[in-house]
Every structure is written in structure tokens, then in C-alpha cells.
Write a protein of this length. Structure first.
Length: 294
């Protein structure tokens, strides 16, 4: 009897030790993954602050998701609704205060491990969007980059619309630009309002991160998907852009048809980037988000 009691007491001690070891291991693993995650974020921040974007002239808007200054500290928490996504344009201090403002409860959510394990903004495909006024861009040249990942296709949803408030901003006039519109599940469209200048690319599908770049050089519009060029669209005349809507298109001056997925970065220049400049920005985005470019 004595022996049995001793054995069971010993078993309890053993069990406690095992539980303690498991506990230490769990803490160790979770701390380890936290350290890896923090290192990954630090690397992304360094890639951002040293990227080619900083040295290319004509930068008008740059919003990304790894820097502390991109969000309010109390909103940069996993699962939190975002009211502001700050323009971190490093070239014009007067534009640094410009921010995307959300409307009522149609706000995207901050996800701390999105594309490539980095923070991202998640748009619900129902009514989410971010809207911002911009100093007027009167230009026949325009370059826009975006890093996105679609969760589900919503007919005619658009990752970003560039419009003019005074002309109704419907995206149907030649002063406007609709980026990454998805009339079909299998195709992106970059389109200038009214006059077309349409270019298309095959869509990689749901849950696949990608880098898109659209470049208008005054006569041509080319849409690049992960560095590969579309056919050429024909364009002429000035854009008059003073507003950007991220995660939706515009109808009757109101956001309309929301895009369903994650958006991690948007970069806008008021000029057509050269091949070397485009490749420089794509190389930065490729490294940061782990997306292969051609
Ligand atoms: Ca919503």
C-alpha cells in the first residue's frame, strides 16, 4: 500500500513537472514567434524608409501599413477599426498631414499579420472604404502602385478611384481614373473615365497577393501585374484629380460598390515613371511583401 501511495504521489510530481515544462515551452514558442514577427516588421520598416520611392520626384501620395506613423497608435491593433490611414509622403511636408478619412461605420479593419505576415487593412466588400481629399493634380501623366489581396470577387468593385469632386466625381469623365476595377472575376481593368484608355490584366484570383502599377505617360496607359505589362491603352489630355477613394468606386459623388480584400500599400506619382524607376519601386514592394515580380 505504502509503495502504491508513494508511486501515485511521485506520479503527481512528475505530472506537475511535465505540465511546467509544457508551459515553459508554450511561452518560449509564443515569445519566439513574437520576436520573429517583430523582426519582420522592423525589416519592412527599414525597406520602406530606404526604398526607391523616397528618391523619385513627383510623389503625391504614399500610404503603407508597416510604419508607426501610418496609423494612430490606439488603432494599430489587430482587429481594430481604422478611422485614419496617414499619407507618409516623404517629399512634401505640406502633404504629410493629409489623411484618408473614413465615413461613419464603413471603416476597414487593421490586421497585424496580413500579406507576408505584415499589417494590412481589410475591406469587407459590403460598405468599407477610405476617402481623402488631395491637392489638385492637373496632369496628363500619372503612376499608381497598389499592393492588394482579394478575398472574394464583387462585381465591378474597385481597389481605388481617383476623381474630381466638382465634376460629380462619378469616374465617368476623362478627368478621372478607375484603378483595378473588376467587372469579371478573372480580369483587372485600369480605365480612364469616359474616354476609356482601358488596359486589362488576368486576375491572379482570391487570396493571392499582387503588385499592380498603372502608368499613364500622356499618350499611353499600361497596366503592370507583378512587373508584367498589359497591352497599351490610348490616352490624352489632363486628369483633374482632387480625391481618392480606396476600396470602392464612386457613383453620384458617393462611394459605391466596395472591394473585398486586403490593401497594404498605395503609391501615387504625378508623372510617368521611367522603366528603371518603376522597377525600383516594384523591387521594393516585391522584397517587402514577398511577391515575385518579372
Ligand atoms: Ca463595414
Amino acid at each position: 500500500m505504502k509503495t502504491i501511495k508513494q508511486q501515485s504521489a511521485f506520479s503527481l510530481i512528475e505530472l506537475s513537472v511535465v505540465i511546467l515544462i509544457i508551459g515553459i515551452l508554450v511561452i518560449g514558442i509564443s515569445q519566439g514567434s513574437r520576436i520573429i514577427k517583430e523582426a519582420k516588421l522592423k525589416t519592412a520598416q527599414q525597406l520602406t524608409t530606404s526604398s526607391a520611392v523616397n528618391s523619385i520626384s513627383g510623389l503625391r501620395l504614399w500610404a503603407e501599413t508597416s510604419l508607426e506613423k501610418s496609423f494612430d497608435a490606439n488603432e494599430a491593433i489587430n482587429g481594430t477599426i481604422i478611422t485614419s490611414w496617414y499619407n507618409t509622403n516623404t517629399q512634401d511636408v505640406n502633404l504629410n498631414g493629409t489623411r484618408f478619412q473614413s465615413v461613419s461605420d464603413r471603416r476597414p479593419i487593421y490586421i497585424n499579420a496580413g500579406i507576408n505576415g505584415l499589417p494590412t487593412l481589410r475591406f469587407d466588400g459590403i460598405d468599407d472604404y477610405l476617402l481623402s481629399s488631395l491637392p489638385l493634380m492637373a496632369t496628363d501623366q500619372l503612376t499608381v502602385f497598389m499592393v492588394c489581396k482579394r478575398s472574394a470577387w464583387v462585381s465591378r468593385a474597385t481597389t481605388a478611384s481617383f476623381t474630381n469632386v466638382a465634376d460629380g466625381g462619378d469616374g465617368f469623365t476623362p478627368t478621372t481614373f478607375v484603378f483595378s476595377s473588376e467587372a469579371s472575376a478573372a480580369t483587372f481593368v485600369s480605365e480612364r473615365g469616359g474616354v476609356g484608355a482601358i488596359t486589362t490584366q488576368p486576375h491572379p484570383g482570391n487570396n493571392k497577393p499582387y503588385i499592380l502599377a498603372s502608368i499613364f505617360n500622356g499618350t499611353n496607359n499600361i497596366l503592370y501585374l507583378n512587373g508584367s505589362a498589359s497591352t497599351t491603352g490610348i490616352t490624352s489630355g489632363n486628369f483633374l484629380i482632387d480625391r481618392v477613394v480606396v476600396g470602392s468606386r464612386i457613383a453620384g459623388n458617393n462611394p459605391n460598390i466596395s472591394w473585398n480584400g486586403d490593401i497594404s500599400e498605395i503609391i501615387v506619382f504625378d508623372k510617368a515613371l521611367s522603366v528603371a524607376e518603376r522597377k525600383g519601386v516594384e523591387a521594393y514592394l516585391s522584397q517587402k511583401y514577398g511577391i515575385k515580380v518579372n
